[in-house]
Design a protein around this ligand. Sequence first.
Ligand code: DI6
Ligand code: FE
Length: 403
Amino acid sequence: MGLTLYRNARLVTLDGAAAWGLVEHGAMLLDGSRLSWVGAQRDLPRGLAVEREHDLEGRLATPGLIDCHTHLVYAGDRAREFELRLQGASYEQIARAGGGIRATVAATRSASDDQLLASARRRALALMAEGVTTVEIKSGYGLSLEHEARLLRVARRLGEVLPLTVRATCLAAHALPPEFDGRADEYVDAVCAWLPRLHAEGLVDAVDAFCDRIGFTPAQTRRVFEAARALGLPVKLHAEQLSDQGGARLAAQFGALSCDHLEYLGDDGVAAMAQAGTVAVLLPGAFYFLGETRLPPVEKLRAAGVPMAVATDHNPGSSPTLSPLLMLNMACTLFRLTPEQALLGMTAIAAKALGLADRGRLAAGQRADFAVWDLEHPNELAYRFGGGNPCRLVVNAGAERTA
Ligand code: DI6
Ligand code: FE
């Protein structure tokens, strides 16, 4: 395949010293699925055999968005629980009464593979329409070997049927399934026994757990992490979402790629994450939708040099959003990230949260994953909210997909 040139773009490379890595009158050269040259058009090497040329007409080009935390594969919805919460029931109370994650598990187990794929595909298309080129998808609504495997296979399949990179994370330790009531330790034994089988089928890129009062204890989480480590799989953690369990400290001991949520993260957790190089994944959708008032310690994370990612956390219970752009806005309005930090959080730092070094910036050698926007300046990505999608074009590994 010959070279492809995209020219006349305002490049938001997120690379180099300039704010946003902004390059006016920029051009990108693609060699197949990779960027082979990125810079100001006047510096473009002469005498190249360019096969195809695209004029971006002065539009903004950013790295493709990376949604590094979603639960995209499930059946049913939890709109009724939303009503109950508005009448005063808490997320935790609903979960303890057998609703919450368990309600979605029941719906998911009775859905067919085709139904799960079709609904996940619709959700993925909505994310892609706003510039997403890589998505992480967690299992966690199956909670048995058979059903967790089914969810992970659907996630893998999605990456085959769509121009989208899918990273699959096993979150079998999401909640206790009803058949294990009162036997959480036995359930954790089971999860540890499933992991090698799921991994042997090539279904697992990382392992996650929900460490909280309504999830699993740090001791149980540690056992899941040990099973992951024995397989050479990286770990992540839903940590300190509803209470401080010391989950982040534990995850840092295992060199976790990321700790996610973190509203109740304490100073020791911040320090442990900084030392381990663990990414903090901020999820403003869940914070907003659950009416949480405790903010993640963004100032402290920033001061300690912990990289911060931003994701949708799409799931039916705590964050039923399909708008990564709205999350950029909320990361700024609710968590006080700067618009540039928010975009970095959904590109370069999100890539780090997934252990991917080949994407997240516009630079030679990176994957040719980018989005083109009808916007003047990148700060508008976080400034606008709720509709009027400005995404004009999405390119994944060099292949165009008109949004
Ligand atoms: N925390 C969350 O916000 C999601 N999972 C988790 O551990 C919510 C999952 C759900 O309510 O269905
Ligand atoms: Fe989540």
